[in-house]
Write a protein that binds this ligand. Structure first.
Ligand code: NAP
Length: 217
């Protein structure tokens, strides 16, 4: 199947599964009624592949994006992608109440675990969460309160078995209105195959950002 017009081979690889997942998350949240101007949209694991691309896509669509990251030293990077604000995950108070202060109109979560539990409890009325990942844990501990008192929606984002018609629609949007503005100039870098071990180490020790495309030539 040919690439949609507007995407180069490099851009398609730089987006990859991470970009597809971020795009699907935005599309599903918008199908649930999320619009720019509804309020802040939180992105967790914001310096990662899915996170960076979600920040860029949402900011490009006019959303007020709040990036949640464990890398305070990458605040400038996240601001350059369009984050209006950066929250340091290490200083975040998750609280324990069934409902915390209502803050987020939307959320793209790549972390799971306690952070996702907190998100359910701190969504604004009718807030929408797109649960994409498990970088911080697989468990989800919450109550029904956010769902029955605030009308919160928790959407599961699955890139693997996504039906083909929807898959094609996401890629068309990745080539047009969701195309990240900083894909080539900040998020993605190219490495030669023999430089990969150094890249892996960065991801393993949590210092990596964005996306890495391997040049096999
Ligand atoms: N649903 C799907 O179909 C689908 C598709 C692709 C990926 N995923 C999942 O989505 C997640 C993100 O993928 P990715 O490609 O973006 O990975 P990635 O590039 O490695 O980014 C993950 C980010 O999560 C944060 N993080 C890492 N360890 C953490 C921890 N222990 N606690 C909290 N945050 C932590 C870090 O961001 P900060 O330092 O900025 O916080 C890190 O950059 C993964 O769990 C992956 O398996 C799911």
């Amino acid at each position: 199947m040919p690439l949609p017009e507007g995407l180069s081979d490099f851009q398609a690889m730089a987006l990859g599964t991470a970009g597809f997942t971020a795009g699907l998350a935005v599309m599903r949240m918008e199908q649930m009624g999320l619009v720019p101007g509804a309020g802040p949209v939180l992105v967790s694991g914001a310096t990662g592949g899915v996170g960076s691309l979600a920040v860029d896509m949402l900011a490009g669509r006019g959303y007020e994006v709040v990036a949640l990251s464990g890398k305070s030293e990458q605040s400038e990077y996240l601001a350059s992608l369009g984050a209006a604000r950066v929250i340091d995950r290490k200083t975040l108070e998750l609280g324990t109440r069934p409902l915390e202060k209502a803050q987020w109109a939307g959320a793209v979560d790549t972390v799971g675990g306690a952070l996702l539990g907190w998100m359910t409890r701190s969504m604004a009325y009718r807030g929408v969460i797109a649960a994409c990942g498990l970088a911080g844990g697989v468990e989800l501990n919450t109550t029904v309160m956010p769902f029955i008192l605030r009308g919160v929606s928790l959407l599961g984002i699955d890139s693997v078995a996504c039906p083909m018609a929807e898959r094609l629609a996401v890629w068309r949007r990745l080539a047009t209105d969701l195309k990240p503005r900083h894909l080539d100039t900040g998020i993605a870098r190219t490495v030669k195959l023999d430089a990969l071990p150094g890249v892996f180490q960065g991801f393993l020790d949590g210092t990596g950002t964005g996306r890495t495309v391997v040049d096999l030539a």
